[in-house]
Design a protein around this ligand. Structure first.
Ligand SMILES: Nc1ncnc2c1ncn2[C@@H]1O[C@H](COP(=O)(O)OP(=O)(O)OP(=O)(O)O)[C@@H](O)[C@H]1O
Ligand SMILES: [Mg+2]
Length: 670
């Protein structure tokens, strides 16, 4: 029987409007009853050869039933094409062979690699390939025959007119796996909506044909962008992976995890948006957080007797000037200090674990490069007597007020980590650092330390002098006020003058409030005006190399004028438990007493609210009660227990609250 598709169709649903597309089809006469192709057929083979065309040659005699089935099959195929209600590409674009077995028959180059599909349809044997199911596709694929034979059935459901992924593989194929030609989008601008038949839900994939075992073996990138799809971005080429079928694009690799963002610190955003003031407080907060670690490594060792030589703080300064009129510690000061304190018992020997980890020696303060040229006339002592200053008072100050005690390192101050960090960063470093540029803001020259009595304010003042390598001059407000207003003013002026003559110098004025208190007779504080005048002249614009440290346990006495003269105002709080443990250890070691860890912990517990000074008094009281040092026995815990009854904390909770309040209002915070 010799039939051509054209003839077959003409017997089925041939109508004149179908003539045009069908006329474009190459005539293919198939001798379905013959076992060999006719010479005409051989001539009509496309140049690609047999493998390419996949003609369904009949190699054996076939029965009438088979011939009928074949006829029906081709007829349905063509009718499926013709019955498709919506627009589709010209049939010639697909080539005749396309409708036969998916092979290309048209001479135009097809954008994509050779479909490696075998003759046997992949849909055969699949439940979804039954006639009528359509594999979820419409158009060309709506014909059960076509859908059963042609992988192009998948293309038909694409609203863009191009190939698309089936819905059940949308997640697997839809994103980065699909080549541009898949055009998974259903753009209304590109094509009219598919008919209702096309919206049929696709049949579920058979077992084993999930996204992980894809039936559709489209090679990645095998479908180049179709005309009009150019706007679609090409998905990244996925590397093939051994566990995927060949030709299937591997999942798009996840983007490399972003590097962990540094944990947000108190610096940065908040400081930037909240302005300079917030920045300062946040900076302190950060210092607070970091300070504990920074100072934990300091050794807290018992101090030895004052140096035999009184040159720890050289009264006559011949050293070079550094930075803002201050210089680093005198050469060898750090070594000298460590040498002096080396004989002490480190905390890790005596201390218990409750007092922190093992401590290491304090790092030396980093050496600063000397300023290229000394600044101002205070860099090198002039040797001239300051004008307008009583020479007798000056002599008195020089002989009596210059402190020649041992240097005090940061490690010698127990606890107060945040405060030490703030002092170092806001005072010591700016003073030692050369000015960034001519006319840059001057570092602070005045600092007020306020807090309960014995909290260590004077100790910190001495420490500042050590860190700055400065001459230390000490004044007591009560001592200045005692001889009378005139004498007190004279001494005050002489002290400031002496400090200016010996730069760098730290002028430590303890009990500052005594200079500001109103007299008993009701008259205003006679020394306040001289003090303010000295602060203005001694720390004024032209005064380099002098730092004034005022301390008070009554900050409320300071009026605003005095308060303003102190650029920085820091609260020196009572020592916390670890700091109390360190102070007690140091004091007890001097008495030759070593408590057990449990006893020390109990003592620390029992001395809550004690200042450093009171802890020292407690140990002295215990020693005195035990008759030491005449009694040749070590101090015991019982002695200290007995002393606890006699030496108690002086600062009341109400007083402590007032410090906190004042700090909130006027303090620099740390
Ligand atoms: N944190 C501390 N670490 C070590 N010793 C301390 C500490 N605090 C206080 N002391 C000791 O306590 C004693 C009193 O300290 P200091 O004179 O510095 O206190 P103060 O705050 O100036 O007291 P006042 O208000 O009475 O002048 C000193 O011997 C000091 O060594
Ligand atoms: Mg003091």
């Amino acid at each position: 029987m010799l039939l051509s598709p054209h003839e077959a169709l003409s017997k089925m649903h041939w109508t004149p409007e179908h003539a045009q597309p069908l006329n474009q089809w190459p005539e293919q006469h198939l001798d379905v009853s013959s076992t060999t192709p006719s010479p005409a057929h051989k001539l009509e083979l496309p140049p690609g050869g047999r493998q390419r065309c996949h003609y369904a040659w009949a190699h054996d005699d076939i029965s009438a039933l088979t011939a009928s089935n074949l006829l029906k099959r081709y007829a349905e195929k063509y009718s499926g094409v013709l019955d498709s209600p919506y627009e589709r590409p010209p049939l010639g674009g697909y080539g005749d062979a396309t409708f036969l077995n998916g092979a290309k028959g048209d001479p135009e180059s097809w954008p994509g690699p050779e479909p490696p599909y075998p003759l046997a349809s992949l849909h055969e044997g699949l439940p979804g390939s039954k006639p009528g199911a359509g594999g979820g596709s419409g158009g060309l694929g709506s014909s059960p025959v076509v859908a059963g034979n042609l992988p192009e059935a998948l293309y038909a459901g694409n609203a863009c007119g191009g190939p698309s992924a089936p819905a059940e593989y949308a997640t697997g194929y839809g994103g980065g796996y699909l080549a541009p030609g898949y055009c998974a989008q259903t753009s209304a601008t590109l094509a009219p909506p598919p008919p209702a038949a096309l919206l049929q839900p696709p049949p579920p994939p058979p077992p084993g044909y999930g996204p992980s075992a894809p039936l559709y073996n489209y090679p990645a990138g095998g479908y180049a962008a179709q005309p009009g799809y150019g706007a679609l971005p090409a998905p990244p080429a996925a590397p093939p992976t051994p566990y995927l079928p060949s030709g299937l694009a591997a999942p798009t690799p996840l983007p490399a995890p972003a590097p962990p963002r540094p944990a947000p610190t108190s610096y940065g955003f908040q400081a930037a948006v909240a302005g300079a003031e917030a920045g300062v407080s946040l900076k302190r907060k950060a210092a607070d957080e970091g300070a504990e670690d920074r100072y934990r490594k300091y050794v807290y060792e018992p101090a030895k007797a004052p140096a035999a030589d009184a040159t720890s703080y050289p009264a006559a300064d011949n050293g070079e000037c550094r930075g803002n009129g201050f210089r680093a510690k005198p050469p060898g000061a750090a070594e000298e200090a460590s040498g002096k304190y080396r004989g002490g018992v480190p905390l890790k020997v005596l201390g218990s674990s409750v007092y922190g980890p093992q401590l290491e020696p304090f790092e030396k303060f980093p050496e600063r490069t000397p300023a290229p040229t000394p600044r101002g006339g205070f860099a090198v002592p002039s040797g001239d007597s300051p004008k307008g200053v009583d020479p007798g008072a000056l002599e008195l100050v020089t002989s009596k007020m210059v402190d020649c005690g041992p240097p005090v390192q940061w490690a010698d101050v127990a606890g107060q980590s945040a405060l030490k960090a703030a002092l170092e960063e806001e005072l010591v470093w700016p003073l030692l650092r050369p000015p960034a540029y001519p006319g840059s803001p001057r570092p602070p020259r005045t600092v007020l330390l306020f807090g309960p009595r014995g909290a260590g304010k004077a100790l910190l003042g001495r420490c500042l002098a050590t860190q700055l390598g400065a001459t230390l001059l000490r004044l007591r407000g009560a001592s200045l006020a005692a001889p009378g207003a005139a004498e007190g003013a004279r001494l005050l002026q002489a002290a400031f003058a002496a400090a200016r003559c010996r730069p760098p110098a730290v002028l430590l004025i303890s009990e500052l409030d005594a200079l500001l208190c109103a007299r008993d007779d009701g008259a205003s504080a006679p020394l306040q005006a001289p003090l303010l005048a000295c602060l203005d002249s001694g720390c004024g614009a032209r005064a380099d190399g002098v730092l004034v440290v005022g301390t008070t346990s009554r900050p409320a006495v300071l009026d605003e004028a005095t308060r303003r003269r102190f650029t920085l105002r820091f609260y020196v709080a009572l020592p916390d438990s670890p700091a109390r443990g360190q102070i007690l250890q140091r004091a007890l070691a001097q008495q030759g007493c070593a408590l057990s860890e449990r006893e020390l912990a109990a003592l620390v517990q029992g001395t809550q609210g004690y200042s450093g000074g009171e802890l020292g008094q407690l140990c002295q009281q215990a020693a005195a009660a035990a008759g030491l040092p005449g009694l040749q026995r070590p101090l015991s815990y019982k002695d200290l227990e007995a002393a606890l009854a006699k030496v108690g904390p002086r600062a009341s909770p109400k007083e402590l609250d007032s410090f906190v309040e004042w700090d909130k209002m006027y303090g620099s915070g740390h």
